[in-house]
Design a protein around this ligand. Structure first.
Ligand SMILES: [Fe+2]
Length: 286
């Protein structure tokens, strides 16, 4: 099994629309005036974060782009999803990983989401795991529709399984911690000692189950809090705040995990101190 080390690299410049700039200015003025915290609301500025990850046994460097929590819905437009995909493509990824929550509640939003995803360019392929909102959509009947939509646009869905990519990287997908049937033993069943490995799952709480696996895992789900206010976010998110965003390293086992803030929003079109994120991982051999 592989050992990986993640290092944050300098963040990309952000893409800001004029509407977004105006909204930021208004909200920044309101919030600084009201509370003096300097916080702002923004659902449209996409930030790319960069991370160096050393993967033993990897044959050659490659670029992995993670897209998470698109949440296509009444408050996440198809034009925003299009911008997310275009932003991902600009990083010229070798591999794209989509870590769940493609829609919020209704699969009627999936066709437009899938049309955008079809525009992804990744020579080694695009791969996905489903999130809790995918499973719960259409009164718990939506998952097969979402899987089919993804497969129709060339995205392979991993459910407790792995795939060996052409560059020798073994990619593992673990099912959702809360609403799926996660089975790490099954997911890692084909992993061999000398494999270069990367893992993905939707809910970061799966990290606690992944103890014993010396691997880097990419997750989403939390939206970085979405509305990230001191104390309030911790109280509202309770257990989830344990793995809210960024890198996590356990003191007790060697695996590591990165939690993306994701791109869409849940419930209301508001993000505070949690800008939409595309995470770019520069994988290098040890
Ligand atoms: Fe989500």
């Amino acid at each position: 099994m592989s050992t990986t080390i993640g290092d944050d690299l300098p963040q990309d410049k952000v893409q800001v629309s004029r509407r977004s700039l105006a909204k930021r200015a208004l909200v920044l003025a309101a919030t600084t005036g009201a509370g003096g915290y300097g916080i702002f609301w923004d659902t449209e500025t996409i930030v790319s974060t960069h991370h160096r990850v050393v993967v033993p046994n990897l044959a050659s460097p490659c670029t992995v782009v993670q897209i998470s929590d698109l949440h296509r819905s009444w408050c996440v437009s198809s034009s925003f999803i299009d911008r997310c995909i275009a932003a991902a493509n600009r990083h010229r990824p070798d591999i794209v990983l989509l870590t769940g929550d493609f829609i919020t509640a209704h699969t009627s939003f999936m066709p437009s989401c899938a049309r955008a995803i079809q525009q992804l360019h990744a020579p080694l392929g695009s791969y996905a795991v489903l999130g809790n909102h995918d499973y719960a959509s259409d009164n718990w009947l939506g998952a097969p529709i979402i899987k089919a939509a993804l497969r129709n646009v060339g995205v392979e869905v991993l459910v407790n399984s792995s795939v060996m990519l052409r560059n020798g990287l073994r990619l593992v997908g673990v099912d959702d911690y809360a609403t799926g049937e996660p089975d790490t033993e099954k997911a890692f069943g084909k992993v061999r000692q000398r494999d270069a490995v990367l893992c993905m799952t939707h809910n970061p709480l799966e990290f606690d189950v992944l103890r014993g696996y010396n691997v880097t895992t990419l997750a989403g789900h939390t939206h970085g809090g979405q509305i990230d206010l001191p104390i309030i976010t911790d109280l509202v998110l309770d257990k989830r705040s344990k793995y809210l965003r960024g890198w996590f390293h356990s003191q007790h086992w060697p695996g590591k995990m990165y939690v993306s803030r994701g791109l869409g929003v849940l419930g209301i079109p508001v993000r505070v101190n949690a800008l939409p994120e595309i995470a770019v991982f520069h994988l290098t051999p040890s």
